[in-house]
Design a protein around this ligand. Structure first.
Ligand code: ME8
Length: 518
């Protein structure tokens, strides 16, 4: 049985540059899943935030010639400012420089120290500053870290976390929780990583100051990943809310992450939590990368796309739909303006938008804006009804598996059925023949199905769906019910076109690919 509560988190983003499409992607996916669960009347807590400590951030501030606190304040604000553009509704925004987070990290540290999972030693290795991680000589590729960053050899005294002690516990955990890592093929990667053996992990640094100091040993700064991962607990009221194991949100916590940070979330984080006596989160949902010009879109590479430009040009609904539909969640995808326009025009305009507008404007113009249910059925009706119901049920199943693009494909099937039904039933011909009862039967069935499909699309395209539902003028609860019935008599509102075709020829004035230099 699925719980009625869920705690949905994005990774907290580094504040060393402006947000780009990659960040927008994860946050949009979380927003859509949150809205979906809310529309099942579940209790949802959805959070995001910024990761503000570490050498990389300190260096970025120095390079910009700004004091670090001011630099992180400004950049964190950029991530916060992005949210209304994307039409994201969050419950909390965390910054790792906040007092509540410092308190949580210090408490967490003391817990794992008390449980004897920390010891003082010395660390030497090749340090990748960009990715805040140490590597051994044999892990380097062409003199760079396996993550592609420049490395320098460093030795420092530091605290180690006894990760090696968690091999059996982790393996048992993966075995007993087969859907801990989604999609499932990612689970095998994690298991084979752990099977290669777990070395103790250096969890403090002395080479920089910008971070949370180790309690009672302040020349050490807590490793940025340990600091960052604890954000999920801070957001859940830790340490005041000390018994996370009994907390319904913690028990149902779902971390959405990009595939490059799976090791931190699916190996280190569960081990840190086990060391503190807290059970791991319920699920880690892993997605792939948006690529641009053949490489991962990344602020360090500089091949990024600005999500705000897309929202301003085409509206947030179009961006949300494109990102969710273009690539199966979990796979990599190439971000392309051409495909963006193609999907907008073919689905939002020609398929869904057209169905709603042709149906509502027909009702307005040829039925005085009123649909009354009538039982003049033919054998086509249950076929249509069943087809749509089946597509909706399949969409629901995909959504629970975080298969956003497959969910949308099933909704597209439902819309295609409706468009076929309207073409075959020809309500305009029924009107001409004076077969008003049959026309009403057809129109009410179509309106009912289009209404349910529109509600299902709400998490994806909330602005347009809301407008269409208002045009339908059906008193509605924001809840997805697959077999909902509409009232006997509907007096529809004013039909309006909600999506207009994008003509690439009109876009020449805008350089959507320009990268801002600010
Ligand atoms: O890793 N395609 O922060 P970050 C898809 N602070 N998603 C992308 C992407 C792309 N090209 N680029 C970024 C960090 N993302 C840490 C996380 S969590 C405790 C600490 C998204 O600013 C994706 O979700 O580098 C990825 O995992 C995240 O941004 C990385 O953001």
């Amino acid at each position: 049985m699925q719980s009625r509560s869920v705690f949905i988190t994005t990774p907290i983003y580094y504040v060393n540059a402006k947000p780009h499409i990659g960040h927008a992607y994860t946050t949009i996916a979380c927003d859509i899943f949150s809205r979906f669960r809310r529309m099942l009347f579940h209790d949802v807590k959805f959070t995001t935030g910024t990761d503000e400590h570490g050498k990389k951030i300190e260096q970025s501030a120095q390079n910009a010639g700004i004091i670090t606190q001011l630099f992180v304040d400004q950049h964190s604000q950029l991530f916060r400012d992005l949210l209304p553009f994307l039409n994201i509704k969050i419950d909390d925004f965390i910054r790792t420089t906040e007092a509540r987070h410092k308190k949580a990290v210090e408490f967490f540290w003391a817990e794992i120290k008390r449980n004897e999972y920390l010891y003082l030693g010395e660390y030497s290795g090749w340090y990748d500053i960009r990715n805040e991680a140490y590597f051994s000589e044999d892990e380097l590729i062409d003199g760079k870290s396996p993550l592609g960053g420049d490395v320098q050899y460093m030795t420092e005294p530091c605290y180690f976390f006894r990760l090696s002690a968690f091999y059996d516990q982790l393996m048992n955990f993966y075995e007993n929780n087969p859907d801990f890592i989604m999609p499932l093929h990612r689970r095998n990667e994690v298991i084979s990583f752990v099977q290669q053996g777990l070395k103790d992990l250096a969890v403090t640094r002395t080479t920089f100051k910008w971070g949370i100091k180790v309690p009672k040993d302040p020349k050490h700064v807590v490793y940025v990943w340990l600091d960052a991962l604890v954000n999920y607990l801070t957001l859940n009221g830790y340490p005041e809310n000390a018994d996370q194991n009994r907390d319904v949100f913690w028990q149902n916590s779902v971390h959405f992450v990009g595939k490059e940070i799976i090791k931190f979330h699916a190996v280190y984080w569960p081990a840190f939590l086990m060391a503190a006596g807290i059970r791991p989160p319920k699920q880690i949902v892993v997605h792939g990368w948006w690529m641009s010009e053949g490489e991962k879109m990344s602020k360090s590479i500089g091949n990024v796309q600005d999500p705000i430009k897309y929202c301003k040009l085409f509206g947030s609904d179009s961006l949300r739909y494109y990102l969710m539909r273009e690539v199966p969640f979990g796979d990599d995808g190439n971000f392309s303006l051409e495909n963006f326009i193609g999907r907008h025009n073919s689905f939002l305009v020609n398929s869904f938008g057209n169905l709603c507008y042709r149906l509502l404007s027909f009702i307005k113009n040829h039925a005085d804006g009123v649909v009354t249910k009538h039982n003049t059925f033919t054998e086509d009706d249950p076929v249509f009804d069943d087809g749509v119901n089946r597509a909706l049920a399949a969409a629901m199943k995909e959504m629970h598996q975080y298969a956003f693009s497959k969910c949308l494909e099933r909704l597209e099937d439902a819309i295609a059925f409706a468009n076929q039904y309207i073409d075959k039933q020809k309500p305009w011909a029924l009107k001409k023949e004076g077969n008003i009862n049959r026309m009403n039967t057809v129109l009410s069935l179509l309106l009912e199905k289009t209404y349910i499909i529109t509600k299902f699309l709400m998490p994806f395209i909330p602005i347009a769906a809301e407008k269409i539902l208002r045009q339908m003028n059906i008193p509605y609860e924001p809840i997805i019910l697959l077999k909902e019935r509409i009232p006997e008599r509907i007096n529809i509102g004013e039909p309006e076109i909600v999506f207009t075709k994008i003509d690439p020829a009109n876009l020449t004035a805008f350089d959507v690919f320009a990268v801002d230099d600010d």
